[in-house]
Design a protein around this ligand. Structure first.
Ligand code: PLP
Length: 385
């Protein structure tokens, strides 16, 4: 740090120069991100709550009330009348909280010391971080031929040390929904904690259902589901950071509680201490502003774009890996290898990502990608073909 203060103007200019190096969602070239530009109203509200700290909720009672209301609304959306949980930094922290709750619960009530978690091989890498931090062993369940968790593989993976089973509603790579109803039954049969990672799908599957799309049940209407991750900063159009963790029972928060002597509350269950109230306020605002109908309209337009891209690709001759269930399309050129194709697209300014299972170019049809961007992309893909 320099000794003397610098003028605001000079600092802003310097920062702006760096910011210019960033890709902008509005350019429609970011094709592999699960985040998007937050809604302007949500950003406005976010700024108003920047100084609030939910780590010390006795000082910020109003903002804590907002967080409780958001958790209640998301819970309701997921068929849970009375929900417990928090708005956190994202899917990673939400998954970490779920697995910590499961581990502590199993330790307290079943005496399990060397816990294991069963996750599908399609699970987000946040579970590897969680297992590492919580000293748990990962047991990977296989995928079936449709890239969804193989139910029998889960059954076989269960041991006396299993503390949690995880399934995904909206996989990171392909946007697929695992057979959650079946896994929920298995978890119940064996009395094992069941977590659903709907970080991506949680803000779209309920609306697709309202629109009449055929989507599998994935939420708390299944008795075996103990917790769900749902991220407002992905499909909810809330500003980063906003992840959501929803628990069916308060005891899952209680088993994580540690004493917090110098604060206005006696215990704390979240991983983070000082934490933003702005994320909760912005999520509250955008959920009220959109309502179910607003989100349904948004999700419908994203699915329309998804099918438009899929058909466009097939018309050119590209192989689409699977029928999209949510707004992700994964595809391959019949001859050019995916990493090579991604390089060619990168040279043309398209920022795509490559899925690992199966290896394929993956495009996430978020709100910043408009039809005109897809038309330009298809033109380029046709030239490459
Ligand atoms: C299914 C799923 N879970 C968890 C995460 C992690 O979310 P975050 O990057 O917000 O921590 C992602 C990220 O894309 C995801 O797709």
């Amino acid at each position: 740090m320099q000794d003397e203060p610098i003028d605001k103007e000079d600092i802003l200019k310097e920062l702006n120069d760096f910011h210019k190096l960033d890709y902008k969602y509005s350019e429609g070239r970011i094709l592999g991100s699960m985040c998007t530009e937050a809604h302007p109203f949500a950003k406005e509200v976010y700024c108003k709550f920047l100084d609030t700290n939910l780590g010390d909720p006795g000082l910020f009672k109003g903002t804590k009330h907002i967080e409780n209301e958001v958790i209640k609304s998301i819970g309701n959306l997921l068929s849970l009348e009375r929900a417990y949980g928090n708005i956190v930094t994202g899917g990673t922290e939400a998954n970490l909280m779920a697995i910590r709750a499961a581990r502590n619960h199993a330790r307290k009530y079943k005496g399990i010391k060397n816990g294991e978690i069963i996750i599908p091989s399609s699970a987000h890498f946040s579970f590897k971080k969680a297992a590492d931090m919580l000293n748990l062993k990962i047991v990977e369940a296989k995928l079936d031929e449709h890239y969804k968790i193989d139910v029998e593989s889960v059954r076989r993976a269960i041991s006396e040390n299993t503390v949690a089973i995880v399934a995904i509603a909206g996989t990171t790579e392909l946007g697929l929904i695992d057979p959650i109803e079946e896994i929920s039954k298995i978890a119940q049969e064996h009395n094992i904690y069941f977590h659903v990672d709907a970080a991506f799908g949680g803000f779209s599957i309920p609306f697709l259902k309202n629109l009449g799309y055929e989507v599998p049940v994935f939420d708390f209407s299944l008795d075996g589901v103990c917790s769900i991750t749902v991220d407002p900063h992905k499909m909810g159009l809330a500003p980063i950071p906003a992840g959501g963790i929803i628990f069916r029972k308060e005891e899952y928060l209680q088993v994580m509680a540690v004493d917090s002597p110098y604060l206005t509350v006696k215990t704390q269950s979240t991983i983070v201490g000082t934490r933003l109230g702005a994320s909760s306020a912005a999520t509250y605002a955008i959920m009220k502003y959109f309502g179910k109908n607003g989100y349904s309209k948004l999700v419908k337009s994203l699915m329309d774009n998804t099918y438009f891209l899929k058909e466009g690709l097939e018309n050119i001759g590209y192989d689409v890996v699977c029928e999209p269930e949510l707004n992700i399309v994964a595809f391959n050129h019949p001859e050019i290898e995916a990493y090579e194709l991604s390089k060619k697209l990168d040279e043309l300014g398209w920022k795509v990502s490559v899925a690992k299972c199966p290896i394929a170019i993956r495009i996430v049809l978020m709100n910043h990608i408009k039809k005109r961007h897809l038309e330009e992309l298809l033109e380029d893909l046709e030239k490459i073909y």
